[in-house]
Design a protein around this ligand. Structure first.
Ligand SMILES: [Mg+2]
Length: 119
């Protein structure tokens, strides 16, 4: 894996895509590649090339910012490892992003107190 990453970095250097491009340029390219991924997921087609293309672009951004894939994954994992939440319609929703039953009851109580029990 490390060797492949180095080959991709050199591919970018050889084509002046590190000094000759910007993070903004590459983020737009990443969105383009994500669109291709979306298209192929929706059509049930092979997505390996799309995911690989996205990694190629992300490696460009990492190279320009002198950060490694491992650092990025470690930061992301540290952020999510203790996260609590639940699946809602196939999406993992963070606990802070949905209203728990306790929160709803607490809000109902507060509203009731403010309104003096009036509906
Ligand atoms: Mg592509």
């Amino acid at each position: 894996m490390e060797n492949l990453i180095k080959l991709v970095e050199q591919w970018h250097v050889d084509r002046n895509l590190i000094d000759g491009a910007t993070d903004k340029d590459q983020v737009l390219k990443l969105l383009q590649e994500m669109g291709e991924l979306s298209d192929n997921v929706c059509k049930g087609k092979d997505i390996r090339d799309d995911l690989g293309d996205m990694l190629v672009v992300m490696i460009n951004i990492m190279k320009r910012n002198d950060i490694s894939m491992e650092e990025c994954l470690q930061v992301a994992y540290d952020d999510i490892k203790d996260r609590k939440g639940k699946m809602i319609d196939g999406i993992f929703v963070k606990e802070d992003d949905y209203w728990t039953e306790e929160r709803v009851k607490s809000l109902d109580k507060t509203i009731s107190e403010i309104s003096g029990g009036r509906p």
